[in-house]
Design a binder for this molecule. Structure first.
Ligand SMILES: [Zn+2]
Length: 715
């Protein structure tokens, strides 16, 4: 392709073209190309000279190069190309220059849009080969053809690349990074990791999955036994070296689904589904195919960790688990007013709504770490108290008085904008006046006085250009201003704000509508709990950036979680010593502002009684309990042990009944139980107490429920 100099005499260029700007559009696809094709970039910038040669003043030539280093097969993600379109459709542009016209846009759709817009606004296009007028039928045809050719070229290029890959894949030779448990051998093929510990962990993972029956069960098992995953990084300073990393859900899931562990080669497992792609998000829309549906599947290509039959069994199991989850129904969008807005103040993860049991009892929990890494739940609180707080705040913000304040602020903004507008008008008027004066001066000079006439003509030109430039800037300013509220809209808003509380409470109001109202006003809610206590700190980030802080009291499950627990105990003790009955103590506590942990009710006599006995303050212990000789080494009375382990007596009784502890009925102690538990056993029982069971496996792990062998035999 040779660059012929274009003369300024091209008949296609008219005054209305020259009166507007010339735009040079510069782009290279990737940063790599920007570096390597410096020459091409220089040629692209040289297009400015071409525009000048075609008759445009240099200061009326604008370069758009925001898209340097953006590869893009469509206009999305290429702000420069979009700006180009905007400028053309604001009627600011007389000529668009690019190195190769059809490369301006990489997809036919974008290209034809550009052609269409240029035709409407009578904008010329120019590249190294020539100058085109999209209004002209022949030029239009040529430009369309160029676009089609360019797209075809791209397609053929891609096709060749892909065909080469496909051929290699059909032979089973197209290999990427080796997955966990494999390394590349000297011949470039995958082989089992030579490290024996790695192989053992891999086998353990498959065994444990089949035993535990679920992905989460597997994750919990690995976490409980502190088993880490062997990873050889694909890059970085430690490339190829064995590292041990904590197991996470995603990696395990990929591992269980990967057919290589059954020795199979698979190509085309991950495909892009355009229907599931989200614009602007690169990694969306990827789906994973079953091995049978892949383009290439070669069984027994590699050494495997499991047999193909076992692999299929595992896939079946995973599919069944998914089906079981689906059968539980889609996550209810119902009562969770704030889902999606809540952020954990401790770790910054999102809180998730969860519904306990069959009931509609809603909790918000920070459970991402639990799901991904089988870590304990970070924090959680009753959904109802939080929903109520936020609803109150939102309704307060929508009260007529508050809305009136906001409208007043909007009026301030409007006044400011009017000032700006007036300023613009003054500038425009001055520019118009200057241009007009230059014209009059030019008209007044004698035509014979050529030197003066030429100078005055130049000044007139400059003034006109200044005026045009200012007008273009003014158009851009206007486009950037947000729409204003009309008087009718303002009064409608005020009228509506009076009705909001009734609308909020209305019977027909769906939770989704309330959610929408909250989302309009609140951008983000940060929740933090002080330790394990009932004190919750809530930060509301309102639309517009204002942050308000609130305190909340959440229901907790145990007295000991209450922040004022020591004070509460002291007070009960005082009142009891002053001779009050439980009922009287309860009355005092309610009057003094104490609350029971659930916060649903006030203190009653029986509640105080339970609190009292739970703390072991129920008078002198029976004489036999203090008697020496009844208990053997490492033996405890059941109630004593329960207190020491901070668990309800009933729970320990249950463990004793099902044989999770060594116990015996002590002769001559009124049928009381003694539990044998040395230090190691007590640690086990504490772990058992802390353990949280998860769907779909409601069992406790056997190692937590099996008592250790008792040395001095007597059971
Ligand atoms: Zn958290």
């Amino acid at each position: 392709m040779t660059e012929q100099p274009l003369t300024a005499l091209s008949p296609k260029i008219r005054d209305h073209h020259l009166a507007r700007q010339a735009l040079v559009y510069v782009r290279q696809s990737t940063p790599q190309q920007v570096l390597e094709h410096g020459e091409s970039t220089a040629r692209q910038y040289a297009l400015v000279d071409r525009a000048v040669a075609l008759g445009w003043p240099r200061d009326r030539v604008q370069v758009i190069d925001e898209d340097q280093g953006h590869s893009g097969q469509s206009a999305a993600g290429r702000p420069g190309f979009q700006r180009l379109l905007v400028e053309v459709s604001l009627d600011h542009v007389g000529l668009v220059l690019g190195l190769e016209m059809s490369r301006l846009a990489r997809s036919c759709k974008d290209w034809h849009q550009l052609l269409e817009v240029c035709a409407v606004f009578r904008t010329l296009l120019a590249d190294a080969d020539g100058l085109y007028d999209p209004v002209d039928y022949n030029d239009r045809l040529l430009l369309g053809l160029k676009g089609t050719m360019s797209e075809a070229e791209l397609h053929i290029l891609k096709g060749r690349l892909l065909e080469g890959k496909r051929n290699k894949a059909r032979r089973g030779e197209l290999l990427n990074h080796p997955p966990i448990g494999y390394v590349r051998g000297p011949d470039g093929d995958y082989q089992l990791d030579p490290d024996e510990q790695v192989q053992n962990v891999l086998r353990l993972i498959f065994d444990s999955f089949e035993r535990e029956g679920s992905l989460h069960g597997l994750l919990r098992y690995l976490k409980a036994h502190d088993i880490q995953l062997p990873v050889r990084p694909h890059g970085g300073p430690n490339r190829g070296q064995l590292e041990w990393r904590r197991p996470n859900r995603m990696t395990l899931q990929n591992l269980l689904h990967h057919p290589i562990y059954a020795g199979a080669y698979c190509w085309g497992r991950r495909v892009l589904d355009p229907r599931r792609q989200q614009p602007g998000k690169r990694s969306t829309g990827r789906t994973v195919q079953r091995p049978e549906d892949c383009e290439v599947l070669i069984r027994d290509r590699f050494p495997g960790y499991i047999t193909w039959e076992r692999f299929e069994r595992i896939q079946q199991r995973l599919a069944n688990n998914r089906a079981a989850v689906a059968a539980l129904g889609a996550p209810r969008e119902g009562p969770a007013l704030l889902s999606g807005l809540l952020v954990c103040g401790r770790c910054g993860r999102r809180l998730m709504p969860a519904y306990s049991g069959r009931s509609e009892h809603l909790r918000y929990t920070c459970g991402r770490a639990m799901l991904d890494y089988a870590e304990p739940v970070c924090l959680g609180l009753s959904g109802q108290v939080l929903d109520t707080l936020v609803a109150e705040q939102v309704l307060a913000a929508l009260e007529p008085a508050a809305v009136e304040l906001s409208l007043a602020a909007e009026a301030d903004l409007r006044a400011e904008r009017q000032q700006l507008e007036a300023h613009w008008q003054q500038r425009l008027e001055r520019a118009r006046y200057e241009a007009d004066r230059a014209r009059r001066q030019h008209a007044a000079v004698e035509p014979e006085n050529r030197l003066v006439a030429r100078e005055l003509e130049r000044r007139w030109e400059t003034a006109l250009q200044e005026q045009r430039k200012l007008e273009e800037d003014y158009h851009r300013f206007q486009r950037q201003q947000p729409a204003e509220l009309s008087a009718a809209q303002r009064s409608a808003i005020l009228r509506l704000s009076q009705d909001v509380p009734q609308i909020w409470q209305a019977a027909g109001m769906r939770v989704q509508d309330r959610q929408e109202i909250v989302r309009l006003l609140v951008e983000r809610i940060t929740v933090d709990v002080a330790g394990e206590s009932e004190q919750v700190e809530v930060k509301l980030q309102w639309a517009g950036g204002f942050v308000s802080e609130h305190r909340l009291i959440r229901p907790v499950s145990r007295y000991a979680q209450l922040a004022d627990y020591p004070r509460l105990c002291e007070r009960v003790e005082e009142l009891r010593q002053a001779g009050c009955s439980f009922a009287q103590v309860a009355e005092h506590l309610n009057a003094e502002g104490f609350h029971p942990p659930k916060r649903t009710a006030r203190f009653t006599g029986s509640m105080v009684g339970r609190l009292w006995s739970g703390r072991g303050l129920h008078g002198p212990r029976p004489a036999f309990m203090a008697e020496a000789g009844l208990l053997q080494e490492h033996e405890f009375w059941l109630t004593d042990l329960a207190r020491q382990l901070e668990l309800p007596v009933a729970t320990l009784h249950r463990w004793q009944r099902v044989g999770w502890v060594h116990s015996r009925k002590v002769e001559g102690a009124g049928g009381r139980w003694a539990i044998w538990a040395d230090a190691e056993e007590r640690t086990r029982l504490r772990r058992l107490r802390r353990y949280r069971r998860h769907w779909p496996d409601p069992r406790y792990p056997a190692d937590l429920t099996t008592p250790k062998l008792r040395e001095n035999t007597q059971k």
